[in-house]
Design a protein around this ligand. Structure first.
Ligand SMILES: Nc1ncnc2c1ncn2[C@@H]1O[C@H](COP(=O)(O)OS(=O)(=O)O)[C@@H](OP(=O)(O)O)[C@H]1O
Length: 396
């Protein structure tokens, strides 16, 4: 009797139309609260992600949790950013960072502003094709087997973007700066920045400051003694002017190139502590690398030929990496307006692409006497470099 009464009450409860509506409303409310919660979580994550990426070194001290969080967030952003990323190198030569000049000390911040803009751009407008690779979960993240280690303003971005056309190359778009600024974050952090690769694909990155970082050769060797190293070199005088032009574009009030070049203009003594000058002493930096890596493991790409004959240089790079020559002259066209070779189709896109406006800036006119003095300064170092590499780059 009692049992049938209970059943009756339960039946009345579950099928009462008012209670049924209340029950449904409750579920809808809970769903709504859950969606709101997820949305708020997403929105608060995005800005911190950008800020962390932008801050780079400054956030390092926040500890492992922050670092791994940043790695996770960066990996979501960076492995397959917009196909034609055009980040500008954002480093200064370490020994010069300690120089007393405000101009030099501020250079990292000045350059970082470019990364900030570009990475924001990548978040805003990933192309549909980029999105499909972005969400491609196949493969696994590996440490890079080949790295473009330099030189700043040599043409490193062009080389990396051209290489990314190759189906057997996957590269991280932004500069990880692992072997100079972020080494304390550890190899897992570094690996996590890399895009996923399938068997037979090569993982790559480019950070041009490695070439002038004293600790970089030993650190890369410790990661893998088999790492293939690529250096894009350019006439050191033009490179110095290009470097200066980059800083000038962000800080128009800096002293003239001519005054920064000399320790003492009257005596004509060159200021080798100025990073723009020092980076171009290639023979000196190369010596450091040869303490750890044999010459056959380093490929030197001519920055000049990368412009005049991109397919030729890309052929050499593909051979060096042990890849089939897939990138050929059919992939390039010369854009008259830009004044540089561009890709007919960038990786994952059907549209032609040139590098952005931070690549190929108009250089200021430099006093020809100062240019000549710099040429004289670099000549013996260039000769030594040609001797070491067995290649005359024709800068003299
Ligand atoms: N195809 C193509 N398009 C545009 N620019 C090209 C290209 N190939 C090489 N270059 C030259 O690359 C120079 C910039 O070098 P990096 O990319 O190594 O600069 S950075 O260190 O990453 O900031 C850049 O230097 P500036 O001309 O002084 O701006 C270019 O001369």
């Amino acid at each position: 009797m009692e049992y049938s009464l209970l059943c009756h009450n339960l039946y009345a409860f579950s099928f009462s139309p008012v209670k049924k509506k209340l029950f449904l409303l409750c579920i809808m409310f809970l769903l709504w609260v859950y969606m709101l919660y997820s949305c708020v979580g997403y929105c608060t994550t995005m800005p911190s992600l950008v800020v962390d990426t932008h801050r780079g070194k400054e956030t390092e001290s926040a500890g492992k949790r922050t670092a791994s969080g940043r790695a996770e967030l960066m990996s979501k952003l960076l492995p397959r950013p917009q196909n034609w990323v055009d980040l500008e190198s954002d480093y200064d030569e370490p020994s010069v960072r300690t120089a007393s000049r405000d101009l030099l000390n501020n250079e990292i911040e000045v350059d970082r502003a470019d990364d900030w803009d570009e990475i924001r751009g990548e978040q805003r407008s990933p192309e549909p094709s980029a999105m499909s690779s972005f969400s491609n979960g196949s493969g696994s993240k590996k440490l890079p087997q080949a790295i473009i280690i330099g030189v700043k303003k040599g043409g490193t971005r062009a080389l990396l973007e051209f290489l990314r056309v190759h189906p057997d190359i996957r590269a991280v778009g932004a500069e990880p700066h692992f072997f100079d600024r972020n080494y304390d974050n550890g190899l897992d952090w570094y690996r996590d920045l890399m895009p996923k690769t399938l068997e037979g694909q090569i993982t790559m990155e480019k950070t041009p400051s490695y070439f002038v970082t004293k600790e970089a050769p030993a650190r890369i060797y410790a990661m893998s003694r088999d790492t293939k190293l690529i250096v894009v070199v350019r006439d050191p005088v033009t490179r110095a002017i290009s470097d200066y032009t980059q800083t000038l574009s962000k800080k128009p009030d800096i002293p003239t190139f001519e005054s920064l070049t000399f320790k003492n203009r009257t005596t004509g003594l060159i200021d080798t502590s100025w990073s723009a000058v020092q980076i171009g002493i290639y023979a000196k930096h190369l010596d450091n690398w040869l303490q750890f890596f044999p010459m056959r493991q380093i490929l030197f790409v001519s920055g000049e030929r990368l412009i005049s004959d991109p397919a030729g240089e890309l052929g050499r790079v593909q051979d060096f990496l042990g890849l089939k020559r897939i990138i050929t002259d059919k992939h390039f066209y010369f854009n008259q307006t830009k004044g540089f070779p561009c890709l007919k189709k960038a990786e994952g896109s059907s549209k032609p692409h040139c590098l952005g406006k931070t690549k190929g800036r108009t250089h200021p006119n430099i006093d020809p006497e100062v240019v000549q003095r710099l040429r004289d300064f670099y000549r013996p170092f260039n000769m030594k470099f040609y001797q070491m590499t067995g290649h005359n780059f024709g800068w003299d």
